[in-house]
Design a protein around this ligand. Structure first.
Ligand SMILES: Cc1ncc(C[n+]2csc(CCOP(=O)(O)OP(=O)(O)O)c2C)c(N)n1
Ligand SMILES: [Mg+2]
Length: 257
């Protein structure tokens, strides 16, 4: 079993360096979900590529690709050195999640596609299917068609984790198109729901470990930009890239964590 706390810290450091080097966006989105990914890839699921009976993880919020790439490299899917090529011409590490990268099940980035694919997979196979979606992403109409479908087919091998950081690309999720109670809505569609601290690894593990009798929705309360004080809860870091000084400051904080 990999130590998920160490994995998350290392992945955060890679992620800030990658977006700095590539002058890329979405660091806040990546830092928001890295704890969830670190637990998922710490050995509790069997995600080894090439085996038909592997568990599947779909990161639907594909704009947060640096977080996933850092975790996949650190857990042996491809060499860690390759992370340096992120966003460079010819690299397979593109700005959004690409299935050309070892370990990635589905290319994502156009929001609203991961959940329907996860539902179809969960209907077709017996293994666990876990899908991470953004809270702004829940505004996509496909969310609600998928929720209805999963409830109707009692997809007990399906878990959807909402990265509930309360921000999307241009503002506050509740102000832009409020979701009301996500939990009550999914319960109405036949799901079991649980709310957790999305940065607490024990809570993430426990929310996944339950014996499911229905599709499982985990509402993970998170902080966009988690781990770097000037990025936490700030909309700026959806699109901004850290300059050299900001990178040094971020690395100091993450190394000391
Ligand atoms: C279909 C579609 N519409 C718009 C976008 C542009 N876009 C990229 S990220 C984003 C906000 C996503 O917010 P959220 O799901 O809350 O993710 P977070 O970054 O907060 O984790 C938007 C609107 C997109 N990628 N796909
Ligand atoms: Mg969000």
């Amino acid at each position: 079993m990999i130590n998920s706390v160490d994995l998350a810290r290392t992945a955060r450091l890679h992620a800030v360096k990658m977006v700095h080097r590539a002058k890329a966006s979405h660091i806040g989105s990546a830092l928001s979900m890295i704890d969830i990914l670190a637990v998922l890839y710490s050995g509790i699921l069997d995600t080894q590529p090439g085996r038909d009976d592997r568990d599947r993880i779909i990161v639907s919020k594909g704009h947060a690709a640096v977080g996933l790439y850092a975790i996949l490299a650190e857990t042996g899917f491809f060499p860690v050195e390759e992370l340096d090529s992120y966003g460079q011409p010819g690299s397979r590490l593109l700005g959004h999640v690409s299935h050309h990268v070892p370990g990635v099940e589905v290319s994502t980035g156009s929001l609203g596609h991961g959940m329907p694919i996860a539902c179809g997979l969960a209907l077709a196979i017996k293994q666990c299917v876990v899908c991470i979606v953004g809270d702004g992403e829940l505004n996509e109409g496909t969310t609600w068609e998928s929720a209805l479908f999963a409830g109707k087919h009692s997809l007990t091998n399906l878990t959807v984790i909402v990265d509930h950081n309360r921000l999307q690309g241009y503002g506050d999720v509740d102000e832009i198109l409020g979701l009301g109670s996500i939990s009550k809505k999914f319960a109405q569609f036949g799901w079991s729901t649980v709310e957790i601290d999305g940065h607490n690894h024990d809570q993430i593990r426990n929310a996944l470990a339950t014996n499911q009798t229905r599709p499982n929705l985990i509402i993970a309360h998170t902080v966009k930009g988690k781990g770097v004080d000037f990025m936490e809860g700030s909309l700026d870091w959806h699109y901004k890239s850290p300059n050299t000084e900001e990178l040094a400051n971020a690395c100091r904080q993450l190394e000391a964590a």
